[in-house]
Write a protein that binds this ligand. Structure first.
Ligand SMILES: NC(=O)C1=CN([C@@H]2O[C@H](COP(=O)(O)OP(=O)(O)OC[C@H]3O[C@@H](n4cnc5c(N)ncnc54)[C@H](O)[C@@H]3O)[C@@H](O)[C@H]2O)[C@@H](O)CC1
Ligand SMILES: [K+]
Length: 516
């Protein structure tokens, strides 16, 4: 289980460790600085050989303190190190001050104004200006200077951010004011911060390394989790495997409602996804005019005629239909007709609403919220999210003026609480929230990038994956997390050239690799 921390949670963990007497702030700072150097040498082994030149930019808080440690450790390795301080040495907090003094015994601290002349010759820039303590936008001139430091000749200068690229909010990944420009490497401590996985953060950082600084991992309900294999293998994968004596009815029966003639592709993609992920049976609910179109294009999938609301009500008399998917390619008219029936089904099937099933309620989201129940999952992309939750989206998209800024995690949690069901807010940073506040991020960033997922129909397959897992008996949040994780795994496994059809077909390979 990988927890992602807010700056307040990180401070609390550090403070508790310091208060318990287990460690001092100074020791933590030393480990943090040593961790940065270790990460640099691991990332660029060539920097471990011979002497190089580094420029270390230190800020007015403990992030700056880490910078002084890094400067000292690099100089001890024979490097030529230039140190610049933003702020007043007299006002440094105590641990940072100690490290400032230690550095002063070894070298000079230059004033910020001298930065330009020095910077062009460095092999390495260390951005230790602000970390988790950034609370207000960077002063404009500082932002400009940070951008300049990050844009020397890229072929020779590596930019390393300590904890956070300065200017980015550790809770939201948003930029507070200017600055916070590109970093080749970000080295954080103990646990990654929520902001590393959201918004601008991953767009601005090439790679993220988290170094252990000897603090205990404390888990609590309020933390955001990163959806990762370790977490999923605890509780989800056994649910994907099929046991020897199971039969198809053990694995649920999903119903995917399609659109009309010429509009059935999206539902067929979702259905294929539901089947491949292991639903026992998958039926497409198709209007009469599209029946031929669908019948000629499916094999293992089944088909039933669902013309209108009363038809759907009849079909749902079959209590074995335990997971429904509405939205992909459905058309908003048909969605308005069928969604209320699906949500009112008496035997309580689990329901995924995507695409047109969300857009259909753009004018009256409250009508939808009144019908939703705890067994639903909404899977909006940014546009659909803004249509259903306009005020939340507006708050999220507003330029922040102070930190911690309102984040995609906050927005998805608020949306889930309002909707009363699980909301999966798509993106390279897919956030999944339960109305209780439990929240996770499925990240397709850093070493898990999956840019080929940006292709028509990939969202339809995701809706299908989640529906299939719901049919298998997964709880809504767990289905959303596992479906989203496998979606990225399938994309990464297929690689370049991926089209949506490939995603379900790649799952067997992913499952084999997972040892299922
Ligand atoms: N607390 C600890 O025990 C540890 C902290 N560590 C480091 O300490 C960092 C957190 O330190 P701090 O809490 O001191 O915070 P920072 O060093 O991130 O920055 C806080 C300082 O910047 C000022 N500030 C905030 N926004 C500003 C703005 N826009 N313009 C000008 N000044 C601004 C604040 O008033 C404060 O003086 C972490 O990111 C990490 O790098 C590590 O050394 C590990 C141990
Ligand atoms: K920093």
């Amino acid at each position: 289980m990988t927890e992602l921390l807010t700056s307040a949670q990180m401070r609390q963990i550090e403070q508790a460790a310091i208060d318990s007497g287990a460690v001092t702030g100074l020791e933590l700072m030393e480990r943090a600085g040593a961790g940065v150097v270790e990460a640099i040498l691991a990332e660029w082994p060539e920097l471990g050989q011979g002497a190089h030149r580094a420029v270390v930019l230190c800020g007015p808080g403990n992030n700056g303190g880490d910078g002084f440690v890094v400067a000292r450790l690099l100089q001890e390795r024979g490097w030529d190190v230039g140190v610049f301080l933003y702020g007043d040495a007299e006002k440094l907090p105590p641990d940072a001050r100690v490290n400032y003094e230690l550095w002063r015994k070894m070298g000079a601290v230059s004033s910020w104004e001298d930065l330009n002349a020095e910077q062009t010759t460095a092999d390495l820039f260390i951005d230790a200006v602000f970390g988790t303590g950034l609370t207000r936008p960077l002063p404009e001139e500082l932002g400009r200077e940070l951008i300049m430091t990050a844009t020397p000749d890229k072929t020779t200068t590596k930019v390393v951010a300590v904890d956070m690229p300065s200017g980015l909010c550790a809770d939201s990944g948003k930029m507070l004011g200017g600055g916070g420009d590109f970093s080749d490497l970000v080295v954080s401590f103990h646990s990654a911060k929520v902001g590393h996985y959201l918004d601008r953060s991953y767009q601005r950082c090439n790679s993220l390394v988290v170094k252990d600084i000897g603090l205990d991992h404390v888990f609590d309900e309020s933390q955001v989790h990163l959806v990762d294999q370790a977490r999923l293998s605890d509780d989800s994968f056994p649910g994907i495997s099929k046991r020897k004596f199971d039969h198809k009815y053990t694995h649920g029966h999903a119903l995917i409602l399609s659109g009309g003639f010429g509009k059935t592709g999206a539902a067929r993609l979702a259905a294929r996804g539901a089947l491949r992920i292991g639903a026992g049976l998958v039926t497409l609910g198709v209007p009469g005019a599209a029946q031929m179109e669908v019948a000629t294009r499916i094999t293992a999938l089944m088909l039933t005629r669902v013309e209108d609301a009363s038809n759907l009500a009849e079909v749902l008399e079959d209590r074995r239909l335990n997971a429904l998917c509405l939205g992909p390619g459905m058309g908003v008219e048909r969605a308005r007709d069928l969604v209320p029936v699906a949500l009112a089904a008496r035997h309580g099937p689990r329901v995924v609403l995507d695409a047109d099933a969300l857009t259909a309620y753009a004018d009256c989201p409250e009508t939808l919220f009144a019908m939703l129940h705890a067994n639903c999952v909404l899977t909006p992309h940014g546009g659909e999210f803004a249509r259903l939750f306009p005020d939340i989206a507006e708050r999220l998209n507003k330029e922040p003026t102070r930190g911690p800024a309102y984040s995609k995690v906050d927005a998805t949690r608020d949306a889930a609480a309002r909707a009363g069901c699980v909301v999966l807010f798509k993106g390279p940073d897919t956030v999944i929230a339960h109305p209780s506040g439990a929240c996770s991020i499925n990240a397709a960033v850093y070493d898990r990038e999956a840019p080929w997922l940006a292709t028509a129909g990939s969202g339809d397959v995701l809706a299908g994956f989640i529906t299939g897992l719901l049919a298998r008996g997964f709880a809504p949040k767990q289905a959303a997390e596992t479906g989203a994780w496998l979606h990225v795994e399938a994309a990464r496994s297929f690689g370049p050239g991926l089209v949506a059809e490939d995603l379900p077909e790649e799952l067997p390979k992913v499952f084999r690799r997972l040892g299922l």
